[in-house]
Ligand binder design. Structure first.
Ligand SMILES: [Zn+2]
Length: 292
């Protein structure tokens, strides 16, 4: 695999923006020249760097690296050091972003105390999210038990997310969105799409869960009810629900910190028959990063 990393520098906020555009073009040219190796669509996340926002005269150094292990879209790491002069290095500023492609799932191991930040890259994508005890897959984050813990259905920043053994496995540490995440709707599956009139196989979150766990040689007997990040299911005073569009915006993020060694699984919900992934009914990729 040739080294496909690309390093450029830009200076100042405006120049950073234009630098990012030229970098994007350079990356696409580079990928084209290597098209026997890289055949997938190239995605460049130039809008997702919050550390580029404060105007600063200090040089930004960025590296994009293409990951040959990506199953569908190219995965790349996005690293940036935008420290002001004299500013101490913050590990959060050296970040590795990973993609969950549209309509697919990914499973990630988290050590106790570690966190995962899940980013709604395009703003309208629902992410079905599960969490299992790494030492015992029969213990998992359970929405039914969470409802009892919360005495409600909407987890908020600072809440522990309970397992079926009524102890927290994750803490919802950060949420930049309006906080509308669904905890009442089951993961979609082939039966759901058949009920909606689909006559052929349709990608679905239940199969994504199993496939993602399979990548880690893990399996689960059942598909627990997921925490549906950014899924907007308003509940009326009569108990009726509606299928709302996400209230989140591009770049909104949720940070989940592990209380136990655990496996977090994410599925970019492939629902394209009702507008839970936005009015366009077009599932998109999201990104995540692991944090110390
Ligand atoms: Zn789904």
């Amino acid at each position: 695999m040739p080294d496909l990393s690309l390093r450029t520098q830009s200076c100042g906020d405006n120049e950073f923006q234009s630098g990012a555009r030229s970098q994007s073009a350079a990356l696409e040219r580079l990928a084209f020249s290597q098209n026997k190796i890289i055949t997938q669509r190239i995605i460049v996340l130039r809008a997702l760097c919050p550390y580029a926002q404060p105007p600063t005269r200090r040089h930004h150094s960025q590296t994009f690296r293409l990951d040959p292990g990506a199953a569908t879209n190219v995965i790349f790491a996005y690293k940036m050091d935008a420290r002001r002069p004299g500013q101490k290095r913050n590990q959060n500023m050296m970040t590795d972003l990973h993609v969950v492609p549209a309509r697919r799932g990914r499973a990630v191991r988290l050590a106790k105390g570690q966190a995962i930040q899940i980013i709604n890259t395009h703003g309208q994508q629902v992410v079905d999210t599960w969490c299992f005890n790494a030492d015992d897959m029969s213990e998992f984050m359970s929405m039914e038990h969470l409802h009892a813990t919360l005495q409600g259905i909407f987890p908020a920043t600072g809440d522990g997310l309970a397992t079926n053994r009524r102890r927290p496995i994750l803490i919802l540490e950060e949420d930049t969105s309006p906080g509308r995440h669904d905890t009442v709707i089951a993961a979609c599956d082939v039966h759901r799409y058949a009920a909606l009139g689909c006559t052929q196989y349709h990608d679905n979150c239940t199969d994504n869960l199993r496939a993602a766990l399979g990548q880690l040689d893990l399996r689960t007997a059942d598909c627990p009810a997921p925490l549906n990040l950014w899924m907007n299911i308003p509940v009326g005073p009569d108990g009726k629900i509606t299928w709302g569009e996400p209230l989140s915006k591009p770049g909104d993020r949720v940070t989940l910190r592990a209380v136990l060694d655990c496996i977090v699984v994410m599925s970019t919900c492939p629902q394209d028959m009702i507008p839970i992934n936005g009015a366009a009914c077009t599932p998109t990729e999201v990104h995540y990063r692991l944090m110390p």
